[in-house]
Design a protein. Structure first.
Length: 103
């Protein structure tokens, strides 16, 4: 399983805009071939901080995500709302196994 955790810090005045735009990205992402999870998390301690948990079957599926219309639209609209550049950290998903994760 190809997993990326993306840390996002949004300007306070754009939190609501960000949530709506990432919801639309989420809805498109979960329908992509090879997508296992696409979770959006918001910090309870700092409402301007988010984590996007992206799990794909393989690297090719994750890379294909970066070419989808919903991702490209989200990336472009949300860019100016960031308080700092978002940071993605790659992980190998161990458990559940990729074959079990989509169940």
């Amino acid at each position: 399983m190809y997993v990326t955790l993306v840390n996002v810090h949004v300007k306070p005045e754009h939190v609501a805009d960000f949530i709506e735009s990432i919801r639309m990205n989420h809805e498109g992402s979960v329908r992509e071939p090879g997508n296992l999870r696409f979770d959006i998390l918001q910090s309870v301690d700092d409402q301007t901080r988010f984590v996007v948990y992206e799990a794909y079957e393989d690297e090719a599926s994750a890379k294909a995500h970066k070419e989808t219309p919903h991702y490209l639209a989200w990336r472009d609209i949300a860019a100016d709302w960031m308080a700092e550049p978002r940071v993605g950290v790659r992980y190998d998903g161990l458990f559940p196994a990729a074959s079990e994760a989509g169940k």
